[in-house]
Design a protein around this ligand. Structure first.
Ligand code: ZN
Length: 139
């Protein structure tokens, strides 16, 4: 039995990860969304994936993705486009602080964070709202 064969490899970079240094990364569904499946990851890759924002992800990662995108198969491109649509819709929904309850621009609603006014409507159930200051609420 070889210890080398037992060495776990990082799902993302493929490098061997020392025992005791292996992180369990929730993939493909994040733990915050109920995912229970995990892959082994090194701390550097896990940090880049989960502890780095899209805005601070190194630009060479985005460039590498765009270079590889051109040579992806049709199916992979469509799956990626679907992921992007779902992610952007979720982002817009989270930012809007509303759900599909029939609000219109100018309508106000209150939740645990305060009173909000709908300022834009992109499509049915897809709104953007701004939080009102306390002195704006009483009218
Ligand atoms: Zn790695």
């Amino acid at each position: 039995m070889s210890t080398r064969a037992e060495r776990v490899r990082c799902f993302y970079c493929g490098d061997p990860v020392a025992p005791g240094r292996v992180e369990q990364d929730h993939f493909p569904i994040p733990a915050s969304c109920g995912g229970t499946q995990t892959v082994a990851a090194c701390i550097q890759c896990h940090d880049l994936k989960d502890r780095t924002s899209w805005e601070t992800l190194p630009v060479e990662f985005k460039g590498a993705f765009m270079e590889q995108f051109a040579s992806m198969e049709r199916e992979a491109k469509i799956v990626f486009a679907q992921f992007m649509r779902v992610a952007m819709q979720a982002k817009a929904l989270a930012e809007s602080k509303t759900s599909a309850i029939g609000l219109r621009v100018g309508d106000r609603f209150t939740d645990e964070k305060g009173t909000w006014e709908i300022v834009a409507q992109f499509s049915a159930g897809d709104y953007r709202a701004r939080r009102l200051r306390d002195d704006e609420e009483a009218d």
